[in-house]
Design a protein around this ligand. Sequence first.
Ligand code: HEM
Length: 101
Amino acid sequence: MMSRNTLNFILGLVSFLNLSGLVFTGFIMKYILPPGTGGVGRILHGGTGRGVLYKELWSMTRHEWGSIHFYLAVMFVVLMIIHIILHWTWIKYYVKSFFSH
Ligand code: HEM
């Protein structure tokens, strides 16, 4: 059986990679593939005058990046629930300490 320290270390590492992925995919949607880049409207109508609008990054559309962002967000919630469960005893005693003096 894995030690508690190893489990916390792995959970911390996975959480860090997960949050980095969330920030990465979030920035792609916000700054590289903003809303409107998926449709053909802007391109057919001569663009917006703001330069080239990219429809894809590394052969994935805004929608596909959004799906990854969403799955990472769901995973983040699960990771945080596990994190709280692993530290539940600590949380209990910490909160109790406020009422004990
Ligand atoms: C710097 C960090 C982040 C940026 C720039 C960012 C950016 C975005 C953008 C632009 C959208 C809208 C996507 C769309 O219009 O389709 C979005 C949606 C969303 N983001 Fe983020 N995000 C970031 C971090 C996070 C984090 C940390 C979480 C969760 C813990 C999160 C959870 C979500 C969820 C649940 C949605 C809705 C997804 C959906 O509608 O399918 N984001 N984010």
